[in-house]
Write a protein that binds this ligand. Structure first.
Ligand SMILES: C[S@@+](CC[C@H](N)C(=O)[O-])C[C@H]1O[C@@H](n2cnc3c(N)ncnc32)[C@H](O)[C@@H]1O
Length: 243
C-alpha cells in the first residue's frame, strides 16, 4: 500500500475515536511530502504508522501538535531511521493472563508452561499478577499489577493462581526485558505493562526476581525439544497467543 494511503487509512480506521492526537499525526503525514520522503528511505515494512509514532515518542515524548511532530522528524532523521530499522512494534500484553487463568488454575497442579511466541515472556508470569474478576480478587497481595476482568457467562473463577514449577518461552525474536532500551521501547507499545517493566528497568535486581525464566530464540517447531527439558512428571502445557 502506498505510504500516504497507509497513514490516511491508519488515521481513519485505527486512530479515529481512539486517539485524536495520532489521528492528527497520521493525517498530517499523509499530506507531508518531507516526512513521506523520509519514510521512503526505509524498507517498506518499516514505514508503519505505529512504528514511526513509537519512535518519535521514544526519542521526544508526544509532540504537542503536527507542526512540532514534523519539525522533530525532519530534524532527527538519522536517529529515527536507526531506531525504526532496529525496532518493531512487537508487543507483550500480560493482561491476557486474566483470560488464561481460569483454565490454567483448573489443571492438575503443579503445572509447567511453554509459550510459543512469548515476546518478553510476560504472559509466562501469570502466577505473579493480581486479578480482579468484578470483585473476586485472586493473586499475591504484593502483585505489581492487578488486571481487572469482566467475566461473561459462567466462567469458573479460580480461588488461587496456578502453581507454576517450570516455564519457558520461545520466540522468533525474543525480547530481553532486563535490557533498559528494550523495556523502555516495550512500555511505549503496551501501556498496561508499564508497572511491571518499569520496576524491571529501574531496579535491575527487581527485574531479575520477576524474570526468572528465559525466552529463547525458536519457532513453534521447537515445542517438543523444549518440552523435554521440563521437570518430570509435569509435562508442559503449551500455549500461544499471537494476535
Ligand atoms: C503479538 S506478540 C504476542 C506476545 C505474547 N504472546 C502476548 O500475548 O503478549 C506475537 C509474538 O509471536 C512471535 N512469533 C510469531 N510467529 C512465531 C513463530 N512461528 N514461532 C515463534 N514465535 C513467533 C513474534 O515474534 C511476537 O513476539
Amino acid at each position: 500500500m502506498e505510504t500516504a494511503h497507509r497513514y490516511r487509512a491508519s488515521a481513519e480506521e485505527a486512530a479515529r475515536g481512539a486517539s485524536p492526537r495520532y489521528e492528527e499525526f497520521a493525517l498530517g503525514v499523509a499530506e507531508d511530502r518531507d516526512v513521506l520522503a523520509f519514510l521512503s528511505t526505509l524498507p517498506e515494512l518499516k514505514r508503519q504508522p505505529n512504528l514511526l509514532f513509537a519512535a518519535v515518542k521514544y526519542l521526544a515524548g508526544v509532540p504537542p501538535d503536527y507542526g512540532a511532530f514534523h519539525d522533530f522528524v525532519i530534524g532527527h532523521m538519522d536517529e529515527l531511521r536507526q531506531l525504526m530499522r532496529t525496532r518493531s512494534t512487537q508487543t507483550n500484553e500480560p493482561g491476557r493472563c486474566a483470560v488464561l487463568l481460569p483454565l490454567l488454575a483448573s489443571l492438575r497442579q503443579p503445572i509447567a508452561l511453554l509459550e510459543v511466541g512469548a515476546a518478553a515472556g510476560l504472559c509466562l508470569l501469570c502466577d505473579r499478577y493480581g486479578y480482579d474478576y468484578e470483585g473476586h480478587r485472586v493473586g499475591p497481595a504484593d502483585a505489581p499489577v492487578v488486571f481487572p476482568c469482566n467475566p461473561i457467562g459462567s466462567v469458573p473463577l479460580p480461588e488461587r493462581v496456578p502453581r507454576v514449577v517450570w516455564r519457558c518461552g520461545v520466540d522468533l525474536d525474543p525480547l530481553d526485558v532486563t535490557d533498559p532500551d528494550t523495556a523502555a521501547w516495550l512500555t511505549l507499545s503496551c501501556g498496561q505493562i508499564t508497572p511491571i517493566v518499569r520496576s524491571g528497568y529501574k531496579r535491575p535486581s527487581a527485574s531479575r526476581r520477576w524474570m526468572p525464566h528465559r525466552c529463547l530464540l525458536g519457532t513453534s517447531s521447537e515445542r517438543s525439544s523444549r518440552s523435554r527439558r521440563a521437570p518430570r512428571p509435569t509435562p508442559p502445557w503449551c500455549f500461544s497467543i499471537r494476535p
